[in-house]
Design a protein around this ligand. Structure first.
Ligand code: ZN
Length: 529
């Protein structure tokens, strides 16, 4: 007796996402789901299309637990840089910032101007209407979101440094509870950023209690990833202990040479917390450079207060500028090696180090950088090679480390191609498989795939994604294990990864023979009750 299926993949090696050894198995897909797995399925299935994938691997589509594609999901639903890595689900709303919680109010004036330039009006008021908006325009991959603490705090308190009073806290709590009703998967914080960084432990725990009650987790971009890494990890674990909530330490790393090696200690802290019963894990991108706001990298926190307009005023004022310069020279002797990534008013300086910028502008590197911040109204993104390969590998070896890009979905054409973005947006997952698995042998391939699939799925409590199993959604990637590699570089970031053959999202072919199809089969995922 034969059954019908839409797609049948035969002859490939199945790496099912569980961490178990690769094995030969065919996979049949019908509608949105996987309907059969086994040897010789062509005997029992008649397929709409059969793909002979001899020599290739078939695995669950990669789940990127840490991205900032909230806005680009609306600007560019094709999300080329993500799907070409084999990513089939992204979690947005990380680092305390969730676009779905912004609204068209004076607090979000800067954001409103920014999104308008990208052709997007903030015409949603909550995560529910944001989700409907994303689905209405279609989306290449599945999107899920966290509720950003920083966004909620800004909405209720603006740039106030004070702790919320009772009525303010209840407003923040109500917005968060609503976000969970709308399907948010957890609470995110970004304590290195203002105004979110004004929050103290009590405020974070009050909100984490709500997230916990809703069945969500707490993802945190900790307060400091350089000289105060240990205290910052301790703070994250304190939230986990007090609110009894699962903790996800975002993009774990340590910055600046003087701190290299400290991750041994922080990984041990997480291990001890786990032994004491806490559910704590982390994620990581496989690069030694991070990318964030140049003002966040360079300026002392007092100089970042009040938002970008206030930053620009301080940089124009000779007295405060002098203090800022003194701070930077003391704090960050290597600042001239920072590379400009995104400068929308001066595209010609993208890709330059600050030292090259200084030569171009005929002033000192530092003055050139501060002037650039003025010209760009405070918003410059910059890459900084501040981590060590040893630490990247140390974190990757930990069995509780997931792979998360910290990227923003981009495209080699159109508006998004003009940014000198971090190559992680194009290369994270293939780079782990090509460089760290195949070339360096840091992980077994089955283990690497587990960290990209079932491990993040379990963090999200997804019951039907993250494994190749019957009745699971057919989010799948088929790739050549000997060829998969990142191609994107810091100089030329807009390049697709090599070795990805086919990608299916919810049973639809989103990439066929390396080429993205017209289909936009993604869904906005909602947390299961
Ligand atoms: Zn972050």
């Amino acid at each position: 007796m034969t059954s019908y299926c839409d797609y049948l993949f035969t002859g490939g090696q199945l790496i099912d996402g569980s961490g178990e050894d690769a094995r030969f198995a065919d996979v049949a897909i019908k509608g949105e789901k996987i309907v059969a797995i086994g040897i010789g399925l062509s005997q029992s299935y008649v397929a709409g299309t059969t793909f002979d994938i001899t020599g290739s691997v078939i695995s669950p589509g990669f789940i990127d637990l840490h991205t900032h594609s909230d806005l680009t999901a609306l600007i560019n639903p094709r999300m080329e840089s993500s799907i070409h890595q084999g990513v089939t689900t992204e979690m947005v709303g990380n680092c305390g910032m969730s676009v779905g919680l912004m609204r068209s109010s004076p607090q979000f004036e800067v954001e409103r101007r920014f999104t308008e330039r990208a052709g997007v009006n903030i015409d949603w008021a909550d995560i529910g209407s944001f989700a409907r908006r994303v689905e209405a325009s279609g989306i290449a991959i599945n999107i899920a979101t966290l509720a950003g603490h920083g966004t909620i705090r800004k909405d209720v308190l603006g740039f106030s440094e004070l702790a919320p009073d009772t009525s303010e806290l209840s407003k923040m709590s109500a917005r968060l509870a609503r976000a969970f009703d709308d399907g948010a998967f957890g609470l995110s914080s970004g304590l290195e950023y203002l105004p979110g960084g004004y929050a103290k432990l009590d405020e974070l725990c009050a909100l984490a209690d709500i997230a916990k009650a809703a069945g969500g987790f707490y993802a945190t971009h900790i307060r400091d990833e350089r000289d105060h890494l240990i205290a910052s990890v301790e703070e994250a674990l304190a939230v986990g202990r007090r609110s009894n909530i699962p903790v996800q330490l975002s993009h774990h790393k340590v910055e600046r040479r003087r701190n290299w090696g400290t991750v041994k200690k922080t990984l041990a802290m997480m291990r001890e917390a786990r032994e004491a019963g806490m559910d704590v894990s982390t994620d990581q991108y496989p690069y030694t450079a991070f990318m964030t706001g140049l003002s966040v990298i360079l300026l002392p926190s007092w100089a970042q207060a009040g938002g970008f307009e206030a930053v620009v005023e301080r940089l124009k004022d000779p007295v405060s500028r002098e203090k800022i310069v003194e701070y930077i020279v003391e704090d960050n002797p290597d600042f001239d090696q920072i590379r400009i990534g995104i400068a929308r008013n001066r595209r010609e300086v993208q890709g330059l180090t600050l030292s090259a910028l200084g030569r171009l502008d005929g002033v000192s590197a530092l003055n050139a950088a501060l002037d650039l911040l003025i010209v760009e109204n405070g918003t410059v993104l910059a890459a900084y090679f501040a981590m060590s390969e040893d630490d990247v590998e140390e974190i990757m070896r930990d069995p509780f480390t997931m792979i998360g890009s910290d990227g923003v979905a981009a495209s080699p054409t159109g508006m998004l191609s003009e940014d000198n973005t971090h190559p992680r947006s194009y290369g994270t997952f293939p780079r782990v498989l090509g460089e760290y698995v195949r070339r360096r042998g840091v992980l077994r391939i089955e283990e690497a795939i587990r960290r990209m699939t079932s491990l993040p799925a379990s963090r999200m409590r997804l019951r039907d994604r993250g494994l190749v199993e019957v009745d699971y959604f057919a989010d799948l990637v088929i790739f050549k294990p000997d060829e998969i590699a990142d191609v994107a570089t810091f100089d030329e970031p807009h390049q697709f990864a090599a070795g990805i053959q086919h990608v299916l999202v919810n049973g639809s072919l989103a990439i066929k023979d390396g080429i993205q199809t017209e289909s936009l089969p993604g869904k906005f995922l909602l947390r299961a009750a």
